[in-house]
Write a protein that binds this ligand. Structure first.
Ligand SMILES: [Zn+2]
Length: 492
């Protein structure tokens, strides 16, 4: 199924740190809000109270294929309903790194064993089978517990709204997050809506039946791709709900809500172990846990499952264990085997392939300061690229203030993406692609939906478009790369 990617023009917005869902602007050390030491030093030397902000870029997605979302997940994007976003890791108050793991990489800790043991006892009244020389296997324990249970079961179904699900959500938000500002509409927008086609959302009976047989199936290939709700029932009462996306390369966990009356079951932890087990059983390689943040106690538990983090500027993963030295205190990393690298790496060609993993870790250096620090080279390079683009009538301009605080506070222009934004195609690469005529790849393929006249038309020749439209297209390519943009429909 190849649905066209239908997206809005990319935008960029800044909110005060206090609106950040992770740190709420309350980190104990101000330094941890800053991605790099040099930027913190600059602001502490000035004795100002300037702070970083919550900085996000993204697009509204009207339609997307599951395969495309798989690619974008690996590029650091996440979806919330139909909104596809990624944080600006340079300016954001929190470093949110894409984390993924596999069922085999999980470190079996005491904590994991006791979580599975408690669950087994609660649903079967049985003790864990004493391993007669066989190594402990959490996946086997979970499957056995569920097969033996008369009181607990789960069911996969389309991610559709129900009153029962909403009631559970309301209870969870109120008691776990002290959030009383919810409604059926907000629940639906956040945990039911998705940018996938109606057919993909609904799935087929055969897909759901096959998926629901995951525990004891010998099937090699499970057909289901797309969003799903996994409902957890205890004595036929809904006690938890997992919202996931089943992708070709893995399962992406979107959100998990549970009944606070069952807090003793550690359902949050259990759900991760169950989803890893399901990944393994349905032959999907990776378990995408969303974002990892090292200095957030609510988030760094994700590291207990032995993951790897995305090096967003290189489109390469590296083990969390290895990266720990670079990311503590909210720091930003970019890896390179050249210690003096100070240019943003080109991304366009890499994004046409699958992400790779960094090898020969002992030879790598963190070059984030060289590139993005106070004296980093990326800023002057991007300013030159902005000049080059404006000479070609694509209206980029130099960033007026070179500072990671106070960026883009001009709310009037939400379409203005900073010239330097890690993980997007560097502006110099965009300028090169334009001057080499590579944007012609989009000719007669990319569709434009002009909301002023309500017409949809193919982009015949990139060079013939108006300056504003050319810039909107360049911004889309900065986010996704040329190949992923080629068959898109851009709403402008
Ligand atoms: Zn934050």
């Amino acid at each position: 199924m190849t649905e066209r990617l239908v997206v809005s023009e990319p935008y960029y917005f800044t909110e005060p740190m206090s609106h950040c869902g992770y740190c709420k602007g309350k980190k104990p050390k101000r330094q941890n809000n800053f991605s790099l030491q040099s930027w913190y030093n600059y602001h502490s030397d000035k004795h100002d109270n300037d702070n970083t902000a919550n900085c996000t870029m993204g697009v509204q997605v009207e339609l997307m294929s599951v395969e495309m979302y798989d690619k974008l997940c690996n590029m650091g994007f996440r979806r919330s309903g139909r909104f596809l976003y990624k944080p600006d890791l340079l300016r954001n108050c929190c470093r949110l790194y894409t984390i993924r793991t596999t069922a085999e990489k999980v470190h079996i800790s005491k904590d994991i064993k006791s979580c599975v043991k408690r669950f087994k006892k609660a649903v079967t009244a049985q003790q864990t089978t004493k391993g007669r020389g066989t190594p402990y296997n959490y996946m086997k324990e979970i499957v056995e517990a569920e097969n033996d249970s008369q009181v607990f079961h789960t069911r996969f179904e389309p991610a559709f709204f129900s009153e029962e699900k909403y009631k559970l959500f309301a209870k969870y938000q109120e008691r776990v997050h002290d959030d009383h500002d919810h409604s059926p509409k907000s629940f639906k927008r956040f945990l039911c809506d998705s940018p996938f086609s109606p057919d993909v959302q609904k799935g087929t009976k055969q897909e759901w039946d096959q998926l629901n047989g995951w525990k004891n199936s010998t099937t090699e290939y499970f057909k289901r791709l797309g969003p799903a709700h996994e409902c957890y029932f205890y004595e036929d009462k809904l006690i938890a709900l997992a919202v996931i996306d089943i992708l070709p390369s893995g399962i992406s966990s979107v959100y998990f809500i549970w009944d606070p009356d069952y807090h003793k079951w550690s359902l949050g932890k259990l759900s991760a172990l169950r989803e890893l087990t399901i990944c393994s059983k349905i032959n999907r390689k990776f378990y995408y846990m969303g974002y990892y943040m090292d200095d957030c106690p609510k988030m760094n538990y994700k590291g207990h499952y032995g993951g790897e983090l995305m090096d967003i500027c290189n489109f390469k993963f590296a083990p969390l264990e290895f990266l720990q030295q670079y990311i503590e205190d909210g720091n930003f990393f970019v890896l390179s085997d050249e210690s003096d690298l100070n240019d943003e790496p080109d991304l366009n060609d890499r994004l046409t392939k699958h992400p790779t993993t960094w090898q020969e870790l002992e030879k790598l250096h963190n070059v984030a300061e060289n590139i993005y620090g106070f004296n980093g080279k990326a800023f002057s390079t991007a300013d030159k690229a902005a000049d080059r683009l404006s000479q070609q009538e694509i209206p980029y301009r130099k960033d007026a203030v070179r500072d990671i605080c106070h960026q883009n506070t001009n709310k009037k222009d939400i379409y203005r993406i900073p010239n330097v934004a890690p993980g997007l195609l560097p502006l110099h690469e965009i300028a090169d692609l334009v001057s080499e005529g590579k944007f012609d790849l989009l000719n007669n393929r990319l569709l434009l939906f002009d909301t002023t006249d309500g017409r949809i038309r193919p982009m015949a020749r990139f060079t013939d478009e108006s300056p504003q439209i050319k810039k909107a297209i360049c911004n889309l390519v900065r986010l996704f790369g040329l190949q992923n943009t080629r068959d898109a429909l851009l709403i402008i």
